[in-house]
Design a protein around this ligand. Structure first.
Ligand code: 6GU
Length: 225
């Protein structure tokens, strides 16, 4: 079982992780997701967890003490600490797959303008961004990262689901159709009913390449052709 501890000031934001495929994975004890409220660890009499930056500038920073104590309350010898931050390494399928191999992940979700740098100095966490734009906190990125890495944990998805999907071979997935064959005159491509597996494979490769060229030309290596 992969254990995932999520440290956050906003545990209520994470209900999406208890839905659908991840809900089932938790029920089957393939993964365990625990939400830990950082505020519970604040030694301030008002349970304060943020303060103004010494450098001046806008907004509030999360303070080191509550986060330090929250991490120490769950940290084991085999724990890997991940902090979602726009200044981190950009998340992708390869990083997602590598994170799925650990037994214990601790996510620390920053909010406001970020986290006191000493949290990074003390724990040397993996820092991950989900793209070149800024969100109001690490909660939504954390959910994206957890959802994605859990898909690589054996037993979470049905067998073969990972094989053809986008990014599994540096291309985007081909289009797919289901019933009915005809919807208001919009037809499913005839080749998919041909029974000719070689032709169908060729069609999938072409469509996949077409889509990648149109939407993500940066993914196509020069030696593809
Ligand atoms: Cl991980 N956090 C925040 N706050 N904004 C982001 C991000 C993370 N990744 C992209 N933008």
């Amino acid at each position: 079982m992969v254990k995932i501890d999520i440290l956050t000031l906003f545990p209520e934001a994470f209900s999406a992780l208890n839905t659908s495929i991840l809900k089932r994975a938790q029920e089957k004890d393939i993964i365990q997701i625990n939400l830990i409220n950082i505020r519970d660890f604040s030694k301030n009499k008002h349970k304060k967890c943020d303060d103004t930056p010494f450098s001046g500038g806008a907004g509030m920073l999360m303070t080191v003490q509550p986060i330090y104590d929250a991490i120490m309350s769950v940290k084991q010898d085999n724990s890997v600490i991940i902090i979602p931050t726009p200044t981190g390494e950009v998340f992708n399928s390869k990083l997602s797959k590598s994170l799925s191999n650990y037994e214990h992940l601790i996510f620390v979700c920053g909010h406001y303008e970020g986290i006191d740098e000493r949290v990074y100095e003390i724990f040397n966490p993996i820092q991950v961004s989900i793209g070149d734009y800024v969100l109001t906190g690490g909660e939504i990125p954390c959910m994206a990262i957890v959802d994605s890495l859990c898909r690589f944990i054996p037993g979470v998805l049905s067998k073969d689901s990972l094989n053809d999907e986008s990014f599994s071979n540096d291309t985007l997935e081909y289009p797919q159709y289901t019933k009915p064959k005809n919807f208001m005159g919009y037809e499913v491509p005839e080749v998919l009913f041909s029974g000719n597996h070689a032709e169908i494979e060729k069609w999938k490769k072409m469509k996949s390449l077409e889509k990648t060229l149109k939407n993500r030309p940066d993914l196509i290596k020069k030696d593809t052709f």
